[in-house]
Design a binder for this molecule. Structure first.
Ligand code: 2AM
Length: 476
């Protein structure tokens, strides 16, 4: 019997994806470099659906109906290239190779171009939702040709998360578009997590609440506009008690946040494309600084302000302000992410539907949230806003939140509690709304020391002032 789809690379993500296909009634060929894993998968989960185990690459390819749909789930980087090379030899024109790993979109572009020469479709596909999502319904972001989506899309849509009956899977655009959008998803995820962590820190250090109380605050927030997977799990983590010490779990975890690199890629790409993603950058740097034990130890005795205890009424009011600041900062982080998607789409000619990206992130992925309905609405039909900040719904939320937002950032600063995410988000907001920026002065400095020239507000052309001479102005 012939399989509709094949999965090679049967670590947890690959196994779960294969099981998800099988549970949805698809016949799935399964293969792994080490064949013992293939046998183990079929032994343990064979009853869940129709698996065709293959011991060799050749057997695996022969098991697939044509055009072949082959999913690679191995480590990003050299392993992915090795597996692509191995299978490209065995495939025929029209066959499809989908890479469901976390590849860099530039690698995906390179691989797609190389395989196209051989008549093969290469689909770089972002998959979000972790191991649990891969099994029960992830958010899926496939790139590659429209033709490959016609063949692969229905299978992918069938295994994706669903929201209001809509699959959390859509064709993002050609070549690297899917992995690009997945990368931005992760960058936004870093920012969202950092903002939530700052809200916790302020509620603890300024308002004086204990982790269990803050868990309750987050649970309450999760019934409102902040309703999201990340807020939900944050409440769970904060409510958790360490079995060894009997104290809050959050107090015994080493405070060094690690990273696998997709947040860094997002910021590097944004720098290359000239897109200000300051909220995401601060989140990446916040993880980085947390890991610099030597810097933190050296600076531990630097002076800070006194922190007075808050009256319970003031703590309750401050909590409301933190909710406003968190929501406003979150809007900024997502606005920056969508700006990056827009610019990447223009730079690489992808024509990405930004409403559809919001739609497929409503379920399955780590940043899934009610909030994404609003972003979808902002980009759906009519004129897309230049920035999410000026969309009527978000603009109104920012207008209502801005005083509380400023108050929270000011209190954090006065009391010496670092809030880089909240602060960067507010600075971005104020930068965009400022009529004049001191960038004018920077242009003057550049012209002074480097004769870099400047433009004037009142007439066209480039100008240079003879700073070392009589300071007269020349049109260049
Ligand atoms: P393995 O079980 O034989 O190690 C995660 O590492 C998955 O990627 C595993 O299924 C692993 O196979 C597979 N993998 C890693 N490097 C590989 C390579 N160079 N070729 C084939 N499979 C590889």
């Amino acid at each position: 019997r012939q399989a509709q789809i094949g999965v090679t690379g049967l670590a947890v993500m690959g196994s779960n994806l294969a099981r998800n296909f099988a549970r949805h009634g698809h016949t799935v060929a399964v293969h792994n470099r080490t064949a013992a894993k293939t046998r183990a998968l079929v032994e343990e989960f064979g009853h869940e659906g129709d698996f065709v185990p293959a011991e060799s690459a050749r057997e695996f390819v022969a098991a697939l109906e044509r055009p072949r749909r082959l999913v690679i789930m191995v480590k990003a980087g050299a392993a992915t290239d090795a597996v692509i090379d191995e299978f490209a030899e065995l495939l025929e024109p029209g066959d499809m190779i989908m890479d469901g790993g976390n590849a860099h979109f530039e690698d995906t572009r390179r691989r797609e171009a190389a395989l196209k020469e051989r008549g093969l479709h290469f689909v770089g596909c972002g998959i979000s939702g972790g191991e649990e999502g891969a099994l029960n319904g992830p958010s899926i972001m496939p790139g590659g040709s429209a033709e490959s989506y016609r063949a692969l899309g229905p299978l992918l849509e069938s295994i994706s998360a669903k929201v209001d009956g809509e699959p959390c899977c859509a064709h993002i655009g050609p070549d690297g578009a899917g992995h690009f959008v997945k990368m931005v998803h992760n960058g936004i995820e870093y920012a969202d997590m950092q903002l939530i962590a700052e809200a916790y820190d302020l509620l603890r250090k300024v308002a004086g609440y204990e982790p269990a109380q803050i868990a309750d605050i987050f649970r309450k927030w999760n019934t409102g506009r902040l309703d999201s997977y990340l807020i939900e799990i944050t409440a769970e983590v904060l409510a958790h008690t360490d079995a060894d010490t009997g104290g809050p779990f959050v107090d015994i975890v080493a405070d060094r946040a690690e990273q696998k690199g997709t947040g860094r890629w997002t910021v590097q790409t944004a720098l290359d494309l000239g897109v200000p993603v300051s909220g995401i950058a601060e989140a990446v740097f916040a993880r980085s600084v947390s890991g610099h034990a030597e810097l933190r130890a050296a600076a531990a005795d630097l002076p800070g302000p006194e922190r007075p205890e808050l009256h319970p009424d003031d703590a309750a009011r401050f909590t409301e302000h933190v909710e406003q600041a968190l929501y406003a900062s979150k809007i900024v982080a997502y606005a920056q992410g969508w700006h990056l998607i827009q610019t990447g789409g223009e730079q690489y000619g992808w024509d990405i539907d930004r409403a559809s990206v919001a739609a497929i992130w409503r379920g399955g992925c780590i940043i899934r949230a009610r909030f994404l309905d609003e972003i979808r609405a902002a980009y759906r039909g009519g004129q897309a806003p230049v920035t999410l900040l000026t969309d009527p719904t978000f603009g109104e939320a920012l207008r209502a939140a801005q005083n509380a937002w400023r108050h929270v950032v000011a209190r954090a600063t006065e009391l010496g509690v670092p809030a880089p995410g909240f602060s960067a988000a507010l600075a971005y907001y104020d930068t965009l709304r400022a009529g004049r920026l001191p960038a004018a002065l920077v242009q003057g400095q550049r012209d002074y020391f480097g004769a870099h020239t400047y433009q004037r507000t009142d007439k066209d052309g480039s100008y240079h002032t003879l700073w070392g001479g009589d300071r007269s102005e020349r049109k260049e």
